[in-house]
Design a protein around this ligand. Structure first.
Ligand code: SAM
Length: 301
């Protein structure tokens, strides 16, 4: 238990206020991770609240299990993709959810684990899979895609303006052998970005966007989010509250659009006209929270 005491999830209190869990409700935490939000929601909702936690990463499930142990059989955890929320609920014998949370992206523990290959900051294999059972890794994409496909992938998933130069540099480097390590890719990308642009990106590593783009592609993050947003109306109880925390505009745009469409159809009421963002103190304590945006809706029917 103590090992997780330091982890405070992003916008924790704001999520609890927005979702306002209460006795008798079923919460679905689509990205249970190490259980930080889940723990706060269970504690706030009181003894009658139950929770289903989903995560693609089996390590996350193991950590959540440990952190949420004290809630006993009120918590059920499933390794899988939140895009399959309908199947998860049906396997759990539940028809609808009263509260749904998705805290998108990756956790710090995943970013900081060199074996996962998610970070340019530490050397590791070019892997990036959240679900280790999946075949395609970042190494597969970096070494198999053509120059045009690579450039498009990088641009589409990160708006990297030097995507073409980066793709060209990757393909050129492949002539000397496969690119297998995060450090190799980080160096190739850095060298491909023109020096003045490197200087302009003060403090932000030139490979940040390329790594983000590959991670999104390897895990089909935007596809999963779109499927989740499409599936939610079928699994929400009347009056259900939904909150999504996104970390970049590609995610936030999709969430904003879905919530607006539901509101326009009279099927939901928006709980956040503008996204809720972390305050200065939270950003200081957890710099990775700086790009977080929280949006919420209350489902009508
Ligand atoms: C930011 S972390 C969540 C942290 C969590 N809210 C907490 O308080 O500990 C995001 C988690 O979502 C998981 N994840 C990302 N995409 C997913 C998907 N499509 N389905 C299920 N889990 C996913 C990641 O493995 C990661 O554990």
């Amino acid at each position: 238990m103590e090992r997780f005491a330091a982890h405070i999830p992003v916008l924790r209190d704001e999520v609890v206020d927005l979702l306002d869990p209460a006795g008798g409700q079923l919460i679905v935490d689509c990205t249970v991770g190490c259980g930080g939000h889940a723990e706060a929601l269970l504690a706030a909702g009181g003894p009658g609240v139950r929770l289903i936690g989903i995560d693609r990463d089996e390590n996350g499930i193991r950590q959540a299990k440990c952190r949420l142990e004290r809630f006993g059989d009120r918590v059920r955890l499933f390794a899988g993709n939140f895009a399959d929320i309908g199947e998860v609920l049906s396997v759990a014998g539940e028809a609808t959810a009263d509260v749904v949370l998705a805290d998108l992206g990756v956790a710090s523990r995943q970013l900081d684990d060199p074996a996962r290959g998610l970070s340019f900051a530490t050397d590791g294999p070019l892997d990036m899979r959240l679900d280790r059972g999946q075949q395609t890794t970042a190494e597969t994409l970096v070494n198999a895609l053509g120059e045009r496909e690579l450039a498009d992938l990088i641009y589409r998933n990160s708006n990297e303006r030097y995507s073409r130069r980066i793709a060209r540099a990757i393909v050129r480097s492949r002539r000397n052998g496969r690119i297998e390590r995060t450090s190799e890719l980080a160096r190739i990308v850095s060298e491909a970005v023109p020096a003045p642009a490197r200087r302009r990106r003060r403090g932000v590593h030139p490979a940040t966007r390329t790594f983000q783009a590959l991670r999104i592609a390897v895990n089909d993050e935007l596809g999963s989010l779109e499927t989740l947003l499409r599936m939610l109306p079928a699994v929400l109880a009347s009056g259900a509250r939904v909150a999504v925390i996104s970390f970049h505009s590609l995610e936030d745009r999709r969430v904003k659009r879905a919530f607006r469409e539901w509101a326009d159809m009279g099927r939901a009421e928006r709980l956040t006209k503008k996204p809720i963002v972390p305050g200065e103190t939270e950003i200081q304590q957890n710099p990775r929270s700086r790009s977080a945006k929280l949006r919420g809706v209350r489902w009508i029917a």
